[in-house]
Structure formats: C-alpha cells, structure tokens
Write a protein that binds this ligand. Structure first.
Ligand code: 13P
Ligand code: SF4
Length: 311
C-alpha cells in the first residue's frame, strides 16, 4: 500500500511539473507501464520522431533511450529535450562508431549508407538516409537497384531487409541488439509446445531462425496493432516485454506470452529500464540531463532523417 501512494504522489508531481514546463512526455513502448501511463504519446521510434517534429511547446521529455532523444532534438532543435537517465544507451549504437563508418566511406565511396535510427547522431551525419524497423524495406527499395548499399548497424534487421527486397548488392554491419539477438529458437519452440494455439509475432531485430518461425514480423507499434486487431486470441511475443502494457490495454481478453532471452531470463531492455518515475520527475524539475549536439552534426544528421520522413 505505501508503494502505491508514493507512486501516486510522484505521478502528481510529474503532471504538475509538466504543466509548469509546457512539456510533452513521449514514451517508447519499452518503458515501464507506470511511465507509459503518464505519457502524452506512446509509440515506436518512427512515431515518436514524427511527434517530436510536430511539437511546438517548450520541453520534450523523452522516455526512451538516448539516440531516440537525439533524433527528437535533431528534428526540433529549438526545444529543450531531456531524458530521465543519460546512461540509457543502446547496444546497436555502441556497435557502430562514427569513425569506422567514415573509414568505410573512404574505402567504398560509391555505397549508399542506410542507417537504422538506432545509431548515434554522429553516424547519422555520415549517412545518406535513415530507416526504422517499420520502414526499412521501403527505404531500401527507394534506392536505385544498381547502387551498392551499406546497411548499419543491425545484422538481423539487415538480413531480413535483404531477404524481403532481394537486394544482393547490400553489405550489412555486424551489430546486434542485446535483447532481440539473444532470443533463441529453442525457447520459442518450447513456448509453442506449451501454447499450441498461439501464433508468433516477432520484431525484425530477432535472429533469422526466430523470424522463420514467426506468423507476423513487424516494428513495435505494427506488431502491437496487428496482435490487438487480429482474430487470434493468443500470441507469443518475441520482443521487449514493455509492449505487454499496450497489448493488454488494446485487447484485455487476449493472452500474450513472452519468451525469456538467453542472457538474463527476461525480455527487458536494460537501457530502457534505467528510466524511472523518480528520474522522470527530477528531469522535469532540473531540465537535466539535456540533449546538446554540435551545430555541425545537427545540420548533417537532420538531412537523412528528413529524407526518411519525406518517404
Ligand atoms: P522500434 O523502431 O520498433 O521502436 O524499435 C526500436 C528498438 O530499439 C527496438 O529494439
Ligand atoms: Fe537498443 Fe535493443 Fe534496447 Fe532497442 S531493445 S534500445 S535495440 S538494446
């Protein structure tokens, strides 16, 4: 009982501070449900980037990971953008340093660089166009067939896009998401045996063996929408378990099963889960940690994002 009242009072403080700061709270579906409950918008990385671009208040509080907040800042440079925890990073961002992308470009100047939104602003500045898991196939299909491509940095999403587009002249960076890449086909097989009438929905960052067993593959929001709207009442969900909140809200009578990954016996992103209600309140109060990017990076990194949004 005390825990509930503490949370209620923090929630009240957050709502009061939000009003005072003329702020909007954007939350990714992988956030704790108590944060999602306070958010003005819940979405996947593409939806949140679009919302950030439209916002004309003063402060964007980005409850997600750092690269997502960077994207919000790039699209809305006049606004203050804060994140509850500065250490909320991403293994995909870490796997793709900008100097290595620059070195690749020097060696292969003819390649079109397609970067997943899960990259740093410095890598975006080196890229020709950005994609998200929702539009990656469409983005690659928009590039003339004779142009060689480097797809950064997710190996599983890259292989999935290569298979969907039939694109042969596409090199793929060797980065991976520590959550999705560690989902094992073995554990999915066990879950299917346990829930024989359930279908499988998977995020394209999962390994190819897992995707081969999926009945539906899609980005975070696409996957939620599909499972909620379909006639099927039981789903095995191969993505971060924060999506349970929107799934159960959208379809309270359905059953959703989550398969633990190999590393930690859960399916939570440790970076996303660094954000807490307390840190959300504190960042609204202090407007720190705040996103600041050098002007030279801002200019160059915005362009490939704008190209994606124009598609
Ligand atoms: P979405 O583009 O589906 O939101 O995915 C972002 C992400 O970090 C997935 O792990
Ligand atoms: Fe990055 Fe994976 Fe976490 Fe998404 S789930 S933020 S890709 S580490």
């Amino acid at each position: 009982m005390p825990a509930v009242s503490i949370h209620t009072s923090i929630a009240e403080e957050i709502l009061a501070l939000k009003k005072q700061r003329k702020a909007i709270i954007l939350a990714h579906h992988y956030q704790e449900s108590e944060i999602q409950e306070l958010a003005d918008v819940i979405g996947d990385s593409l939806e949140l980037a679009r919302k950030a671009k439209q916002f004309d208040g003063e402060v964007i509080v980005f409850c997600g990971v750092w690269f997502m907040a960077e994207t919000a800042k790039l699209l809305n440079p006049e606004r203050i953008v804060v994140v509850p925890d500065k250490n909320a990073g991403c293994s995909l961002v870490d796997s793709c340093p900008a100097d290595q992308v620059r070195a690749f470009k020097q060696r292969y100047p003819d390649h079109v660089i397609v970067s997943y939104i899960n990259t740093s602003a410095a890598v975006k500045a080196e890229s020709d166009i950005i994609c998200t898991s929702r539009n990656a196939v469409q983005v690659v299909n928009s590039i003339p067939a004779d142009k060689p491509i480097l797809f950064c940095p997710d190996i599983n999403l890259g292989n999935y896009v290569k298979q969907q587009t039939g694109r042969q002249n596409m090199k793929i960076w060797q980065g991976a998401c520590i959550v999705h890449a560690t989902f094992a086909a073995r554990k999915l097989t066990a879950a299917r045996l346990e829930h024989p009438t359930a279908l499988v929905a998977a995020h394209p960052e999962c390994p190819a063996e897992v995707l081969a067993m999926a009945d539906y593959i899609g980005s975070t929001s696409a996957l939620i929408e599909h499972c909620v709207k379909s006639d099927v009442s039981e789903w095995i969900i191969m993505t971060e378990s924060g999506v349970r909140h929107s799934l159960e809200k959208g379809a309270p009578s359905k059953k959703f099963y989550f398969v633990p990954n190999e590393n930690c016996n859960c399916s939570e992103c440790p970076y996303m889960r660094m954000n807490t209600l307390e840190k959300l309140r504190d960042c609204l109060e202090t407007l720190e940690p705040r996103l600041e990017l050098p002007a030279s990076i801002m200019e160059r990194a915005r362009l490939p994002i704008e190209r994606m949004l124009a598609l």
